[in-house]
Design a binder for this molecule. Structure first.
Ligand code: ADP
Ligand code: MG
Length: 322
């Protein structure tokens, strides 16, 4: 019997950042998968390695940052084995991405419509007229207001939220099967955040794209993600269906994140802060990286990173203290 493969499989991925003569593991032996057509959340505080994980998938790591080990399989194909030409065809084609800073991603010298049309041009699709029609069509489908006017607008005329919606149109026009969305809603007000989440859901539902939704905000993740990965200091510490991770957070780090979510019933009260900070990558790490901040830590937590514990239903946690 043939089993269906996940769309993306990341196995034992480690990513090193060079600092002077030394290389430090900013992502340390993580494994996960994304099913075709699902929205997967990747959550963790700033500095935990979420962006590097994202960037390493289409091999977009900056100079001085490299994959130390592991494989990334897309439709079963090892992405490290692809030629530069095959990789660039994949990027902005089957795999597209959205970053946190929408305004910085748009070229200030080109009108909005042209920038969306460029994706089609890059992939050699259609003539000018056809591309224009397709851009207007994607704007329409994504519910962007006044497509004709937006087509002619300059980036500086748009709000941050609208810039990000344009970035999503750029990411969506190639009909990707995988959309990597790295904190796409982070810099925005709550109304714009909701619109971004709706757009991601639309691309997922209507176009069938799988989405990796990266956020440090568990609240946003819970709204659209079927499954969630919780990452701390280069490690995945918990994973499972979002409902399970939320209703029964098993890792002390996930529990701390949950307490830090702003909730209506807590309005006016200060947000719970997780005491301490994410350790910088230069700090030697042994055992569980959360141990120094963990209210439940024991001496054995510092000895070795725990084996995964199966809580059932695809819910896994890496903690010895359960
Ligand atoms: N371009 C870079 N140069 C040097 N260090 C980096 C770079 N990008 C990330 N890092 C380091 O790698 C770690 C993980 O970063 P990142 O993946 O950006 O975390 P996150 O996205 O979860 O906030 C951090 O300690 C960060 O300082
Ligand atoms: Mg980041």
């Amino acid at each position: 019997m043939e089993t269906t493969r996940p769309l993306l499989e990341v196995r034992h991925l480690s990513i090193g950042v060079r600092r002077g003569k030394e290389t430090f593991a900013a992502v340390d032996d993580i494994s996960f998968f994304i099913e075709e057509g699902e929205i997967l959340g990747l959550v963790g505080e700033s500095g935990c390695g979420k962006s590097l994980t994202c960037l390493s998938i289409p091999a977009l790591l900056a100079p001085g940052i490299e994959r130390l080990g592991g494989t990334v399989l897309f439709r079963g194909r090892d992405l490290a084995a692809l030629s530069q030409k095959e990789l660039s065809r994949l990027r902005g084609g089957e795999i597209s991405f959205i970053f946190q800073e929408p305004a910085a991603s748009l070229n200030p010298l080109h009108r909005v419509g042209r920038q969306i049309a460029e994706v089609l041009e890059l992939h050699g699709l259609g003539d000018k007229k056809k591309r224009r029609a397709e851009v207007l069509d994607i704007m329409e489908r994504l519910g962007l207001p006044e497509p004709e006017n937006l087509y002619r607008a300059w980036p500086h005329e748009l709000s941050g939220g609208m810039c990000q919606r344009v970035m999503i149109a750029i990411a969506a026009i190639s009909r990707p099967t995988l959309l990597l969305a790295d904190e796409p809603a982070t810099a925005l007000d709550t109304a714009s955040q909701s619109r971004i989440l709706e757009l991601l859901q639309k691309i997922n539902r209507d176009f069938g794209a799988a989405v990796l939704f990266v956020s440090h905000d568990l609240g946003l993740v819970s709204r659209i993600c079927r499954r969630t990965l919780v990452m701390y200091a280069g490690k995945i510490v918990e994973t499972g269906n979002t409902g399970d991770v939320f209703s029964r957070p098993a890792h002390p780090y996930t529990q701390s994140l949950m307490e830090a979510i702003p909730r209506r019933d807590r309005k006016g009260k200060p947000l719970a802060q997780i005491p301490g900070r994410v350790p910088p990558i230069e700090e030697p790490r042994r055992g569980c990286p959360f141990a120094p901040r963990c209210p439940a830590a024991e001496s054995r937590c510092a000895a070795a990173f725990p084996e995964p514990l199966n809580l059932g239903g695809g819910h896994w946690v890496y903690c010895v203290n359960l």
